[in-house]
Design a protein around this ligand. Structure first.
Ligand code: ADP
Ligand code: MG
Length: 398
């Protein structure tokens, strides 16, 4: 229930490691798209507070008083642009395709209307899908905060954690299901989850969800939801192909785009040139600088991430790693330590590139180049969130 800590998932136990649903490329990385180095250089241009004047305040929205109170407690004073523009349509029951830069509050832009409808209409039921387990957990936490005191029951269905607690949560017939596509599909196949009455559907990071590896799972899941559903699709990036798929899934979605540019305005971007011999030393120099308070470093594979994190720890940095080769309980533990600053340098694969909101990350370092420019946009979007300024550095071999 949303007033008690009722979710029981997230426990360890029979952790099986990350089941990668993207095509496997054994022993080698898929070919990377060429991105011109100039695309990795751009000064930050944080917008002045007054640059955007919201049309609404949270108090103006026709949302349940309980939600308004919770938003106040959370310190949300004015809606961000995507919230300002998407929430009224969401409350009016419209399908929404919302595009906004990283770190600008997309979660609450869908969570507020979804929770309002759940609270005020007893026949509604919601399913929220996210591409990674950590992101699903984070969305669940934010929904719990916004819906605190409502008594709504929920279930968090993510892979790598024990089935037992999830099955128990499902027996309460929760009104809000949050999870990753793989585990949700598992529950559907076992018959432990019924979503034919889900009439509110959210796909967060929709382009990632609809890329090669996920599209079948998503189609399968959506086809089991209620035909008369209201859909919410959100991301910071979207290509034409994905737009086409979305239009197939739902009628006339309202497009709301409040992007200022490809990348967040709050991230100062630059490159670091190196040669093979001095790459690690260059990284070391950046990390010992006192302005580098909390860093996430992206590298290609489980193996390279693990090796780099060990090397940095051996050099005395508070470093640890997150990648799909770890058990879910290890992943959860590391992320928790990173949030509490017990770990200050997190080395990660792209499993951490999407959606994660750790407010005080000062630096994102691309120790290896991202696969695509969109991947770059998401990686560097882990810093410069909620109005703060952050730094992104991309390593390029001379
Ligand atoms: P996005 O999904 O666009 O990347 P998030 O939803 O993760 O962004 O939000 C980024 C951060 O901003 C979170 O820490 C969130 O709590 C905070 N936030 C969102 N909306 C507001 C608001 N209206 N006022 C203050 N903080 C906000
Ligand atoms: Mg998000």
């Amino acid at each position: 229930m949303y007033q008690k800590q009722a979710y029981r998932s997230g426990r360890s136990g029979q952790a099986k490691g990350f089941r990668n649903r993207r095509p496997q490329h054994k022993g080698r990385q898929p070919k990377k798209a060429y991105i011109h180095p100039s695309k990795f250089i751009q000064g930050a241009k944080p917008r002045l507070e007054e640059a955007y004047t919201p049309m609404h305040s949270f108090q103006d929205f026709e949302v349940d008083e309980l939600i308004k109170r919770n938003l106040q407690v959370m310190g949300f004073q004015d809606p961000s642009p995507i919230q300002d523009q998407a929430i009224p349509h969401g409350l009016a029951g419209k399908n929404i395709l919302g595009i906004a830069n990283t770190g600008t509050g997309k979660t609450a832009a869908f969570a507020i209307p979804v929770l309002h409808r759940l609270i005020t209409e007893p026949t509604t039921k919601a399913i929220i899908l996210a591409p990674t387990r950590e992101l699903a957990e984070q969305i669940e936490q934010q929904c719990r905060q916004i819906g605190k005191g409502s008594g709504l029951d929920g279930a968090l269905l993510i892979g790598g954690t024990a089935m037992g607690p999830q099955l128990r949560d499902l027996r309460y017939n929760p009104r809000i299901i949050i999870g990753t596509p793989g585990r949700i599909k598992d529950h559907l196949e076992r018959g432990s989850l019924k979503i034919s009455d889900c009439n509110l559907v959210v796909l967060d990071e929709v382009d990632r969800m609809l890329d090669m590896g996920f599209v079948h799972d998503i189609t399968h899941i959506l086809s089991h939801t209620n035909g008369a559903r209201q859909s919410f699709y959100f991301s910071a990036t979207l290509d034409a192909r994905v737009k086409g798929i979305i239009e197939n899934f739902s009628e006339n979605p309202i497009h709301i785009s409040v992007k200022s540019g490809d990348t967040s305005d709050n991230v100062d971007q630059n490159i670091v040139t190196h040669n093979v011999a001095d790459k690690l030393d260059k990284l070391h120099d950046i990390l010992i600088d006192e302005t580098t308070a909390k860093t996430i470093i992206f590298d290609d594979t489980h193996r390279t991430v693990e090796r780099l994190s060990k090397e940095l720890a051996a050099r005395g940095f508070l470093a640890d790693s997150i990648h799909g080769g770890k058990t879910q309980s290890q992943r959860q533990r590391v992320l928790k330590k990173f949030k509490s600053s017990e770990v200050k340098v997190l080395v990660a694969t792209d499993v951490a590139a999407r959606g994660l909101d750790v407010s005080d990350i000062t630096h994102v370092i691309n120790y290896s180049l991202p696969q695509t420019y969109d991947d770059y946009v998401h990686r560097i979007g882990r810093t410069g969130r909620a109005g703060r300024v952050g730094y992104a550095l991309t390593f390029i071999e001379k």
